[in-house]
Design a protein around this ligand. Structure first.
Ligand code: ADP
Ligand code: MG
Length: 325
């Protein structure tokens, strides 16, 4: 049993939806706002000892992360976040001081992003802490980006870093001292909000999603939705110096970290080949770092990994919260 099999159980029962509504299958659901734009709605859960441990997550970082994992899905649709709902299931081990610190940090983050907390639900939990965040955003329909728009010949790009969060999490889980910058990537991920909205406004971006379950898994999902395949150039995956150094010290396979490490919250997108140079130059001027061109969409059905143009037998372990389900 994996996550996709479970989602399918629900998806198959709701194949016909009202006009203008887009349901299960992308980073967020879409409904018309009645005034020519679209509401974009996304929900994410975080479960103690699955997504985080209280041993290394203080309430401030947890508040930040629970908001940003969801902001990332809204950004991946090309939308602007507006409202948030917060669900909490609190174990008795957490006291009022914890709740005060969490609420202070969560509210501060919301205000920084100009989003309003408008509701939620609070309950007791007998088995760990659960946090559920639902964000409602909005965008003009023309700016919406889906997973299903990639076409053969498009260039596959990534905005943001890959692999660093995974290594940060590895050092936290193994209680390895040092590596604070990488730990911070895992504790306080930053959704690429401005980038998502900017890319939403670019018509040459044919598909977009955020990378939450690892590049290989998420690219495979995008290509499945787009009924296409992909060639991914392994030599185009450039680790950051920080990732490279840490992976050497920790004896981790850097490609494995970049391809399969989860929770990157980078943006994965496809761009029409004819406009790739122009849009990547504009992107770099606007954000001060480059869009990484990592491959090409093909008319095949699989995602192939190429090393110097030759298909690589690279074996990877994909990242899944359902590993032992
Ligand atoms: P993401 O990683 O971008 O948050 P998910 O992989 O969690 O997305 O979900 C993929 C799609 O399946 C989304 O459209 C999401 O809304 C939908 N989905 C996930 N779980 C459920 C569920 N229990 N019921 C209905 N839809 C679901
Ligand atoms: Mg997503």
């Amino acid at each position: 049993m994996n996550e996709e099999d479970i989602i399918k159980l629900f998806k198959h029962k709701f194949t016909s939806l009202p006009d203008g509504v887009f349901g299960i299958g992308d980073d967020a659901a879409i409904i018309p706002d009645g005034q020519g734009q679209k509401y974009v709605i996304s929900q994410d859960h975080m479960a103690e000892d699955v997504h985080f441990r209280l041993a290394y997550f203080d309430p401030e970082n947890l508040a930040h992360k629970s908001l940003h994992t969801n902001l990332s899905d809204i950004a991946a649709m090309g939308a602007t976040p507006l409202y948030v709902l917060l669900g909490l299931a609190l174990p008795r081990t957490l006291d009022m001081t914890w709740a005060e610190r969490f609420s202070e940090a969560f509210s501060k983050s919301c205000l920084q992003h100009k989003i309003f907390l408008i509701g939620g639900d609070t309950t007791r939990s007998n088995h760990g802490l659960f946090i559920s965040v639902t964000i409602i955003g909005r965008t003009p329909e023309k700016n919406l980006k889906f997973r299903h728009g990639a076409r053969p010949g498009d260039i596959i790009c990534v905005a943001g870093s890959l692999g660093e969060t995974y290594v940060g999490l590895y050092t936290l889980e193994k209680n390895i001292p040092g590596f604070q910058d990488l730990k911070d990537k895992s504790l306080r991920p930053l959704a690429l909000e401005a980038e998502g909205q900017w890319l939403g406004n670019e018509t040459c971006v044919t598909a977009m999603m955020d990378v939450s379950d690892g590049l290989y898994t998420d690219l495979t999902r995008m290509m499945k939705c787009s009924k296409s395949g992909a060639c991914l150039d392994l030599e185009a995956l450039k680790p950051s110096p920080m990732l490279l150094d840490a992976s050497k010290i920790l004896n981790l396979d850097v490609m494995q970290c970049m391809l399969a490490g989860g929770e990157d919250y980078a943006l994965l997108l496809t761009i029409s080949e004819s406009e790739i140079n122009e849009v990547s130059t504009k992107f770099e001027q606007r954000f001060g770092y480059p869009l990484q061109k990592i491959g090409t969409v093909t008319d095949g059905l699989n995602v192939k990994l190429l090393q110097n143009g030759v298909e690589s037998p690279f074996e990877y372990d994909s990242y899944s919260h359902f590993d032992d389900a």
